[in-house]
Write a protein that binds this ligand. Sequence first.
Ligand SMILES: *Cc1c(COP(=O)(O)O)cnc(C)c1O
Length: 213
Amino acid sequence: MSVPQVLAGLRAAERDAGRPAGSARLVAVTKGHTLDEIGAQILPHGPFPLGESRGQELRDKSTQRPELEWHFIGPLQRNKIKYLGRVALIHTIEAVWQAEAIAQAAQGWGHAPDVLIQLHNGEVQKHGVPPHDLPATLAAVQATGLQVRGVMVIAPDERAGADPAGILRVFQETAARAHDLGLPELSMGMSADYPLAVQAGATLIRVGRSLFT
Ligand SMILES: *Cc1c(COP(=O)(O)O)cnc(C)c1O
């Protein structure tokens, strides 16, 4: 697949869901791909936000192309926060200390990235805030001064037995929680499941593999 094919799939998913074209935005996940590959395969099709999940790789790429919109979508370790100085949106806040460290670093950067709070998906895996902790985590992250734009979730893995109905349910529950808290952005859906995410109201889909193969 390629960017035009994913965009066609995205427009079809919006249409099927009765949503306006462009109401879900593609975040092109470019981890592991060089700036040359990104320049050849992604950028000719539009000015997409670019999603990276490794700190040093993001720093190197965003330093060379600071005019592009960089998003961080990986696990936030304390010693990696220094690499995020050119990031517009961090999708993966899952602890208050991460927001505090980013708010502090942002004073040196001269601008603060906006953030999303990552929700746990109910699967046995370690990332994300448990849903019942979301209101308290949101309040504590907002208290750091960072702008919380919404929530992010990674669907349960189909290879680990999740079925489309279960994945859709996780996306719908995530959308309901964000809505209850007045949070507009919903980062959900990857190559394997973005149509379900769009059906549930995703505003940012994070697609990587399908763009480059
Ligand atoms: C790599 C990655 C993606 C993209 O996944 P694909 O299956 O390549 O589309 C999305 N979200 C996160 C958090 C990722 O690490």
